[in-house]
Design a protein around this ligand. Structure first.
Ligand code: SAM
Length: 216
């Protein structure tokens, strides 16, 4: 995987709002968008139909999740796939230390190469399932997008949150129903639902909906 010549760029150019969201990290975000639009497609990590909506639906949506994360926090992104949201969070917030957890070799290979090309010093890639880290590591914040229904996701993620830390699940319109359905599991895993928060208001056309659960 090589950085692409900007003259032959395949990815849509960053919208104006991207500068406000990423500020000095915008060139790194642009390089990542280019990787997704080229190698990411060739290697089947994202579908070709995602290219026109790379910024709106993927980079910007994922970036604003960092608004709910404290300075210097350790973050574990479960089921990162091509790096969403974890890699984008690390790009926007170099103060965070982000661990990307992903079981599939094809995906962790892409992630490791992307981290090298983008020269990100604050990202670790860990091949495995979230459950493999239970009893091994805890983090200030655990994130995920499009990985599993809330009950299973809570069972995988809450054991990885330190006491007093938070679990942020990007869930869209199904958030409230999923939380209600998972209430028993969340309680059993010592989670306290803080509610559904909206991030990116005033920046994004459609704010991002995130379930926030604090670990007792
Ligand atoms: C639909 S993809 C979503 C990828 C990315 N989060 C996104 O939003 O584009 C779900 C990902 O979760 C990973 N996954 C499934 N079960 C997992 C588990 N138990 N622990 C960690 N990752 C898991 C899959 O390998 C896959 O990459």
């Amino acid at each position: 995987m090589k950085p692409t010549d900007p003259d032959t760029s395949n990815s849509p150019s960053a919208p104006d709002v991207a500068r406000r969201v990423f500020s000095q990290s915008l060139p790194t975000a642009e390089a990542y968008a280019e990787l997704l639009a080229t190698d990411g497609i060739v290697r089947g990590l994202i579908g070709p139909r995602e290219v026109p909506r790379l910024w709106d639906r993927h980079l910007l949506n994922c970036a604003v999740v960092t608004d709910a994360v404290d300075q210097g926090a350790s973050v574990c992104d479960i089921g990162s796939g091509a790096g969403l949201p974890g890699l984008v969070m690390a790009i926007r917030r170099p103060d965070l230390m982000v661990t990307l957890v992903e079981p599939l070799l094809r995906r962790t290979t892409f992630l490791e190469e992307a981290v090298g090309i983008l020269a990100l010093k604050n990202v670790r890639v860990r091949r495995g399932r979230a459950e493999d880290l239970h009893g091994v590591a805890t983090f200030d914040v655990v994130t995920s997008r499009a990985v599993a229904p809330m009950d299973r996701l809570s069972r995988w993620s809450l054991p990885l949150v330190r006491s007093g830390g938070s679990f942020l699940a990007m869930k869209g319109s199904s958030a409230e129903t999923e939380v209600a359905d998972a209430a028993k599991v969340i309680g059993k895993e010592k989670g306290q639902v803080q509610g559904v928060i909206e991030l990116g208001t005033g920046l994004l056309e459609t704010p991002v909906r995130v379930v926030r659960i604090v670990k007792r």
